[in-house]
Each structure stands twice: as C-alpha cells, then as structure tokens.
Design a binder for this molecule. Structure first.
Ligand code: GN1
Ligand code: CA
Length: 468
C-alpha cells in the first residue's frame, strides 16, 4: 500500500490516519521535507522514498511529470506516478469526499476527509474545504473550528490537511501605497497628494487624500507622508526660489515660493531688483545712486547710506566700512578731514604765506588732485574758518574775480569758465578796491566772509583734495 498508519472503523466507514503529505517523510514526531524539489509518496517514513518523479496523488504543472509536483485537489485521486497534468486527477464519486493529494480511490469515502468539514455538522458528506491559510488535520470534522490557522507568517492553499502545507506566504497583494482592480499585482501607485496604508487595495479611491494644503509623493503609504505643501514645494522658473512660504498655501501657485534671494534681488520671488551695496534710493530699489563720499553701504536694497566713522571719509559708492579712510593715512601728515556730513573732502592748511600763484603751486604739488580750496557751503566755510580764525593772517581761496563783468563774476581757479556754486563775500565785495587789480579772493577775519584782494598779496593757503 502507498500509505501506512492506523485504519479504524467508525460508524461503518473506514477511517485512516494521515501523517506526512507528499514531499515529506516521517522523522521522529514530525515530518521532514525531501531534499530540494524532490517529492515522496503520502505518509513516507524514510528519506529514501524521496524521488524526483511525481508520485500518486500529485502531478507536475510544467508537463514534465517530475518535481516540483502539485497535489490533486480535494475529492480527486490519482493512482499514477509521473502525472503531467491536473487532468490526471480523477474525481471521487459524487457522494464521496477525500483529501488533497489522494493517491488511491479507496480513500474516497462518505466521511469528510482531512482538510474538509461537514456542512451539516455530522462529519459526513457533503463536505467543504478548509479555507486558505488553515489546515484541517481531523477526519470527519464537523465544523470550521476543525480548520486550524497556519503558523504566523505562513499560509496554505484551500483544503490543506497538513501543517506542512503551510508555507511562508509570498504575497502578490498590492502593497500599501498602491492599488489595482483585483488588489493583486501588478499594481499602480496611489496618485500624488494621497496615501494608502492598506495592502490589497482594489480602487484608486482607497488612496486617501492628504489634508488641504498638504502634498505627498505618488505611492505614499502613511499620513505622515503628507506634508505642508509650503514646506516642500519646489518652485519652477526662478533660479533663486526653492521652497514655499509657510502659512496658507495654494498648491501649485508659484507666488508661494520662499526664495533665497541674492543680495541685489528682493521680493518674495526674487524678482525685484534692489540697490546694490554702495548705492541707495528712497525705496531701496532702482533707480539707485552711489552713496556719497564719506558714507558707505554694505547691504542691498537700502534707503540711505552709513556714515564713515568719525575722522574718516570714503569715495562715493563705497560698499564696505573698510572703504572709509582718514585723510592723513591716505594723503600724508597734515591732511585733515571733518564731519563728512558737512564735507567729505580732505584739507591741508599751509604753514607759510605766499603770493596766490606760489600758494597754488604748493597745493598742486601735493598731488592726488590737490588744489586751492573751493568752498561750497556755509557749513564748509565755517568748519574751515574755525581752523584758521585765530591765525594772524587771512587765507587764500581758490578763486578769481572777473571785474570786466557787471556785476563782477567769481570763478574757480581750476576752471576760469566754471562759476562759483556758492559765494560768501562781505557786503560791498568784491569791489576791486581802488582798481588795484583785486582778482584773487581771501577768507577774511573775523567773520570768515570773503573779499577780493590783489594776487601778489602773501597769504597762507588751504589745499583741498576732492573725495569723489
Ligand atoms: C579794504 O581796509 P581793509 O583792509 O579792511 C577794502 C577791501 C580791499 C582791501 C585791500 C570796505 O579793506 O575791499 O580789498 O582794503 N574794504 C573796503 O587791502 O573798501
Ligand atoms: Ca576787496
């Protein structure tokens, strides 16, 4: 016989004991699997029974008749070895039941076989198969309770009677984050901005939408994959914008970009051109003008410029604090600066009196654009006069007067055609007193106001370097 074990008589029906299914052999209290794909007859008791030819009760799926072999379904039997198809499995009589992998017709009985239980609760036909994921070791089982769950992590085909039919489950279910019509592979990713924590989903609507204002990548599996769109959105079309603003956010609206603007670009989308360092405007954006001499601006988009530290000045358009310099450090000993808001220029107060022509030469020889002073405001006049007010003599200014004009016109010595921007003559001056050829100009004590005098007078000079 192709099986061994006890045979008993129960209420008129031969009952047998099933031990190891095909592909296993008995070893101690349990069953051991044949090596590799090999199979073995039902209820084998030794490894030598393992064979590569499909044994009775089984058939090969690939038509070869060799292992791996599948069990004939419940209520079928197959007495032949080397069967090549499920069609080699033969049905029991209508009123008989048998277990999965039945090798011989005499297992077909009116009692419910292993892996099945009776519909009417009496252990007799009609019998139904234990469900997938369970196995039913009992003969003449009377209820579903006789079908025992496979061990954790394993599953079985419907109608299994042996725990050895419980195998590690290889799921073809759609994974979380995916779905398909059948819930089985192949599966489609859930769309972006949804998530699906469940396996085996059968509908796109199983992909749950993220909350308003949240987005997720396609195929997301967890609500935590939904994130504030403002925090993760990538902006398109603006090289400076990578993220979104925090706060209410319309997904897809480019104006919600948080942009990391370079210094000279501003606005939430870095699309506003700002004043560059060294420049300013009333609004901080074009049209910008250079910071004036004596000031600097090291930031972009500013509405003013910063003053150089006291005693320091700078060229127009300076963009660093360290562009500020002191007159003496830049031009040498004796050169002085004042409050840059009054004048950013550097001045040199000559120590000796000379005719106008010699005094002018002395200033020019100092280089760096040095020339006789040109005073442009009362404030500048006063700050310079403050230095020389206690001198014994008056000082030359870099100015000529043309007495051929009516009224007489002052002009600067550096350019006879350029009119003085500002003058500060004493009342009644310039007067070319007694027609003595008074064509040069002095700053005169005690008020600091101006007077025309002959150029061959010997006075001290004030030299100036325009910082521009
Ligand atoms: C006169 O006198 P004194 O130095 O204050 C003159 C000036 C002449 C200057 C020539 C009111 O000033 O215009 O340039 O002599 N003042 C008046 O030394 O006539
Ligand atoms: Ca005069």
């Amino acid at each position: 016989m192709g099986f061994s074990g006890n045979v008993a008589k129960t209420t008129g029906i031969m009952v047998y004991r099933l031990q190891c299914p095909q592909g296993w052999y008995k070893d101690g209290p349990g069953c051991v699997s044949c090596p590799g794909n090999e199979t073995s007859p039902l209820n084998s008791e030794d490894i030598i029974q393992c064979t590569s030819v499909c044994v009775p009760g089984t058939y090969s799926d690939d038509g070869s008749g060799n292992a791996p072999c599948s069990l004939c379904p419940a209520n079928y039997y197959n007495a032949n070895s080397g069967s090549t198809s499920i069609t080699d499995c033969v049905a029991c009589s209508n009123d008989e039941s048998t277990f999965k992998g039945t090798p011989y017709t005499y297992f077909c009985l009116g009692a419910c076989a292993g892996g099945t239980f009776s519909i009417f609760g009496d252990g007799y036909v009609p019998c139904v198969a234990c469900p997938e994921g369970t196995y039913g070791p009992d003969l003449m089982a009377t209820s579903l309770n006789a079908c025992r769950p496979c061990p954790a992590g394993t599953t079985s085909e419907e109608g299994s009677w042996s725990i050895y039919s419980c195998t590690v489950s290889v799921s073809t279910q759609c994974a979380p984050g995916t779905y398909s019509d059948t819930g089985e592979e192949p599966c489609t990713d859930c769309p972006a901005n949804t998530y699906n924590p469940n396996a085996g989903s059968v509908n796109e609507t199983d992909c749950l939408p993220c909350s308003a204002g949240e987005i997720s990548p396609a195929g997301s599996t967890d609500i935590s994959d939904c994130q504030d769109a403002c925090a993760v959105k990538t902006c398109v079309g603006n090289e400076f914008c990578t993220n979104c603003l925090t706060g209410p956010c319309d997904v897809g609206a480019p104006d919600y970009a948080i942009c990391t603007c370079p210094c000279e670009w501003g606005g939430s989308n870095c699309d506003i051109r700002l004043c560059e360092p060294g420049t300013w405007s009333l609004t901080g954006s074009p049209n910008c003008t250079d910071c004036p001499a004596g000031q600097y601006q090291d930031e972009c988009g500013q509405t003013d410029c910063k003053l150089c530290p006291q005693g320091h000045t700078s060229h127009p358009g300076s963009s660093f604090l360290y562009d500020c310099f002191s007159c003496s450090s830049r031009f040498g000993r004796g050169w002085r600066g004042f409050d840059v808001q009054i004048t950013p220029n550097c001045y040199f107060f000559c120590g000796k009196a000379h005719t106008y022509q010699k005094a002018n030469q002395r200033c020019v020889r100092k280089g760096s654009g040095s020339k006789m002073v040109e005073i442009n405001s009362l404030a500048e006049n006063n700050v310079l006069f403050g230095v020389v007010a206690s001198d014994r003599k008056n000082r030359w200014l870099g100015m000529h007067v043309d007495h051929d004009q009516t009224p007489p016109l002052p002009w600067w010595m550096s350019n006879p055609n350029q009119m003085a921007k500002w003058t500060n003559f004493l009342p009644g001056e310039p007067n070319n007193h007694e027609y003595h050829g008074e064509t040069c100009v002095q700053m005169r004590k005690p008020t600091g106001k101006w007077n025309d005098v002959p150029c061959d007078k010997k006075l001290k000079c004030i030299c100036e370097i325009n910082i521009n």
